[in-house]
Design a binder for this molecule. Sequence first.
Ligand code: PLP
Length: 447
Amino acid sequence: MTLTGEEVAHLHEQYVLQPWAKQGAPATPIKRAEGIYFWDYDGNRYADMSSQMVCSNLGHQNKVVVEAIKRQADELCYIAPSFAVEPRGKLAKLLVDIAGADHFQRVFFTLGGSDSNENAIEIARFYTGRPKILSCYRSYHGSTLGSAFASGDWRRFAYEVGGAAPSFIHFLNPSVYEDGFDRTEEDEARCTRQYLRQLEEQIRYEGPETIAAVLMESIVGANGVLIPPKGYMEGVAKLCRDNGILLICDEVMAGFARSGKMFTWQNFDLVPDLITFAKGVTGATVPLGGVIASKEISAFFENHPLPCGLTYSGHPLACAAGVAATQYYLDNDICGHVKQLEGVLKPALEEFVQRHACVGEARCIGLFAALTLVTDKSTRELMAPYHTSNGRMPAIFAELKRRGFYTFGRESNLNVCPPLIITEDELREQLATLDDVLAWADRKFCN
Ligand code: PLP
């Protein structure tokens, strides 16, 4: 028996524990999705301008990926991680080749982003024999204990009830606009110098010999697509190298062509020791994540048993989706397409900064973009000061959704991260809606 939209919503509202939210709030029942769109039970269409949780990178119901899942389901749904099975090995090799087979060798598969970081932390500690994990305040790495402790934003607070685990140390990473800098060459250099000097001091005071790894999002995603100032990421990598500290790049959100490169760290002049991934690897069709390990770390585990394991590590259905999706990015030059559309999105968002009182800054690399919304440009007063709720940002997201533009954002950031298969016409149509809503927000919230 098929349920009505109302019944679907009722079940959700009554029985599902909704993540990161008070319970019982109205939920929109969703009937179907295709390409960049999804529809509710009343037939309303929404453009998915955040690729859901920045994961549906290939849009919805990509036929190639769905077919691959069906084929694998018919053949073999599950076999334990110790057996060799075609999609698992194929996907591991594909990912190593994309990351660079001269530096990387093996992949540990997980079920999503949180446990990819959890296991990367464990691998880094076991490999180095050092306890401490340094990570950024302006970050999110997941919601298992270790990945939550490593996360910097307030979502870690609930996990710290009863005390945070020792040896998780945070450092402040740059947010150029919020920190009062401009995007000039001179200001970026100043910002980079300031933040690297602080980190160097922090490493010195923590004791480099006690630090296993620096864990960083290659570009901070959920906290506002914080494109780092020039030279910052390379500087962090050098500090790691000079101190025997591993660099873990979290590519869970930034990876899989989002920034116009298969991995976002490939935009910088650095090579990490461990790469964590999830989301886009299957285009969110099936949950999958993992850790790609350098040759050195992979070799170490030829003599030491890997101290990690999961029943569903390298689940054949997920890996079949992963092979199909990853191959789809490559075969269809999704990176090239993303770079081309960056040429539409970036200038449009920069123009919003000029035209709208509520847009303080626009950041865009590939189809990975966010606006910082303000109430007063002259003082950079944020629309929603950190970890407060004044209802303004939810009102803006609701107005966008009412007009068929779905996205999300944290704090004062509004993400624009559409599926990477969006066409130029679709993108321009949605930017026009965003433009209208920003004009509405100018009138409603700006001084
Ligand atoms: N790392 C980053 C950068 C993320 O953005 C997220 C989720 O948004 C995670 C890790 C956690 O991934 P998951 O929700 O799949 O556990």
